[in-house]
Write a protein that binds this ligand. Structure first.
Ligand SMILES: N[C@@H](CCC[C@H](N)C(=O)O)C(=O)O
Length: 273
């Protein structure tokens, strides 16, 4: 057996290792994922996207391909918005999907994606559901937040002072009764009507430079605090900018998807993992 094919890509600098594995033959253990994502002993990434046929995993999906997403610590998550854009661009450029619009399976359900001529991608993200309120503690400061389910769990806190001043190196505290499976924590400044700035501490990763589901949660939460359930906004994250729409029937996320490298993993390194 030769080396194991990989690609490295990112969506607004939320970076991923893609593993094409159509038949689902790779033994993708949490230890292997963590080693791959480690920035010293592996390739380095915020997560892994296994490109596998839905049928190979026996999962119900209208889409031929399934985004099997793992966080950098090896944990499984339901959905990744930035990863979905990179995944969709890969399918289109590899000729695994022939149209510009197609469905991809995820653990949060099927997602319709559209790959644009400029290689940006729009993802139909499903409903952003407001599920309540909770609190988080960052650097000794307690912040209240709006809980939002975008297929995965989020808690969005809006701040008057600049989110750039927050120290997100450590895991902020959160209420484990509200979020028994953990939570992604977003910190948001409302810059103007329809313009947000956001930082995020992701479940299973730590601070990342962007989180697609998090940007959708942020827009839904800000609208909710304003007494509304539909609207659009651009969201500036440390890794760039995305556009989000939220509505009663679903939400969309549009942003870039980039590739930086492709190659083969060393077979003996993989086996040792
Ligand atoms: N970066 C992703 C979200 C990845 C999953 C998340 N860390 C979780 O555990 O729910 C995105 O772009 O949405």
């Amino acid at each position: 057996m030769g080396g194991i094919e990989f690609l490295k890509g990112h969506g607004t600098q939320n970076d991923f290792v893609l593993l094409p594995d159509a038949a689902g033959l790779l033994d993708l253990t949490p230890d292997r994922v963590a080693a791959l994502c480690d920035r010293q002993r592996g390739l380095g990434a915020d997560g892994v996207l296994r490109v596998v046929r839905s049928a190979a995993l026996g999962l119900p999906s209208e889409g031929e391909w399934f985004m099997d997403y793992r966080n950098a610590d090896g944990s499984v998550a339901e959905m990744c918005g930035n990863g979905m854009r990179v995944f969709a661009r890969y399918l289109a450029e590899a000729g695994l999907e022939t149209g510009t619009e197609f469905v991809v399976g995820s653990r949060a359900g099927d997602r319709l994606v559209r790959v644009h001529p400029d290689r940006s991608v729009t993802v139909q993200m499903g409903l952003a559901r407001i599920t309540g309120t909770s609190v988080t503690v960052v650097g000794g400061r307690e912040l209240s937040g709006v809980a939002v389910d975008v297929g995965n769990p989020h808690l969005v806190s809006t701040l008057d002072d600049d989110v750039a001043s927050l120290d997100l190196r450590d895991q902020p505290c959160f209420d484990t009764d509200s979020f028994p499976e953990g939570v992604n924590l977003e910190f948001v400044n409302v810059l103007a009507d329809g313009e947000l700035r956001m930082r995020v501490h992701e479940r299973g990763v730590g601070e990342t430079r962007s989180c697609g589901t998090g940007t959708v949660a942020a827009v839904a939460a800000v609208l909710h605090l304003d007494g509304s359930d539909a609207g659009s906004a651009t969201v500036d994250i440390p890794g760039g900018r995305v556009s989000v729409t939220v509505g009663r029937d679903g939400s969309t996320l549009t942003g870039p998807a980039e590739f930086v490298a492709r190659g083969e993993l060393d077979e003996s390194w993989w086996r040792a993992g």
